[in-house]
Ligand binder design. Structure first.
Ligand code: SF4
Ligand code: SF4
Length: 340
């Protein structure tokens, strides 16, 4: 077996951006007779900036109310042009809290005109910021698919990760979305929730915890939703800081490596998704974006250089954090990826 050294990346604060890993992700793929290459881009995932009304402990974006990085109209136009020219079926808008950027509503409305399905990663509490109370109506009018974070159906766990008072606001926001028709089979307005572990452990089986969420949210708060996605916490950014502070870095990394599941590789989101940052730079996924690992240097580096033909079958740029996507049942922005 070859041993490929993992390239260590240093953050702006001088600390290593990735945990130490005894095994390289690339070697693990080779050991299992696998390669990680993309198919055609089905999802353009645009991270419109790091501004957020929250400062969650596990945030891989390091987003907060004090961040100033946000996408401008020109870069939005470039993304819209790619949606039109390349017929990419899905635009996935993430952040930060994407709703806080001045051109958010323009971006959604124009993307819908291209025929794209639009997903917004919505943190629920932003709805209670001044001037954002009408978000449920806006989302419904544009038939936006929502993916909303709710780490647990109980207050203690949710507030511990996302901040005091977040659970109560999240419940109120979910009720408003239900009132606007979200999560209701008759309207087909999709409301998906995201669970991620509150601690240094892997998510449980997605369908089992989805049943628990559905039962408990209905029973306690009369809330309904469509699907629950389980997402593994990635050992980068704020979550890596927490792992280090709590003495869990080594054991968490070992857990990810020991739980490597070769069956997760085919469904990894980097295979059919292209990630764009607020400046228009391209990455294989949002995690690589935060680590500033761009797409293969042989390819165009910005959204203005994109073409389906050039980006299909591209080599994906990996490092030790990728073990977060292949552990257990696998993890992606759309939940677990490995077949049962
Ligand atoms: S996890 Fe989401 S809601 Fe929390 S700070 Fe990060 S971007 Fe904001
Ligand atoms: S971290 Fe990104 S590049 Fe690595 S396996 Fe996950 S989605 Fe793919």
């Amino acid at each position: 077996m070859t041993t490929t050294a993992q390239i260590q990346i240093t953050r702006r604060d001088g600390k290593p951006a990735l945990p130490d890993s005894a095994v390289s992700f690339e070697d693990k793929l080779v050991e299992n007779g696998l390669q990680l290459r993309s198919v055609e881009v089905d999802i353009l995932q645009v991270n419109v900036g790091k501004l957020c009304n929250q400062t969650c402990k596990h945030c891989h974006v390091d987003a907060s109310p004090s961040r100033t990085e946000i996408i401008d109209r020109g870069t939005i136009e470039d993304c819209l042009q790619v949606l039109r020219d390349c017929s990419i079926p899905t635009l996935d808008i993430t952040g930060g809290a994407p709703e806080l950027i001045p051109d958010f509503r323009y971006f959604v409305a124009e993307a819908r005109k291209t025929g794209a399905n639009v997903i917004v990663r919505h943190n629920l509490t932003v709805m209670f910021e001044e001037g954002f109370e009408d978000l449920p109506a806006f989302f419904a009018e544009n038939r936006v698919e929502l993916v909303c974070s709710l780490p647990y159906f109980m207050q203690q766990q949710t507030d511990a990760q996302r901040g005091a008072g977040v659970f109560e606001k999240s419940v109120a926001a979910l009720r408003r979305l239900n009132s606007a028709g979200y999560g209701n089979d008759k309207t087909s307005l999709i409301l998906n929730l995201v669970y991620n572990p509150v601690g240094a452990f892997l998510p449980p089986d997605q369908s089992a915890i989805e049943s628990d969420f559905k039962r408990e949210l209905k029973r306690r708060y009369d809330i309904v939703f469509n699907n629950l996605y389980t997402i593994t916490n990635m050992p980068i950014a704020r979550y890596l800081d927490w792992l280090r502070r709590s003495g869990n870095e080594e054991s968490y990394m070992s857990k990810l490596i020991d739980s490597f599941n070769p069956r997760a590789v085919e469904g990894l989101m980097c295979r059919n998704t292209l990630s764009v940052d607020w400046l228009g730079n391209l990455y294989d996924c949002d995690f690589n974006q935060m680590l500033e690992i761009p797409v293969n240097p042989a390819l165009g580096q910005t959204i203005r250089d994109f073409s389906q033909r050039k980006f299909v079958d591209r080599e994906i740029m990996t490092n030790s954090h990728c073990f977060g996507c292949t552990a257990g049942l696998g993890s992606s922005c759309g939940g677990s990826v490995a077949p049962d």
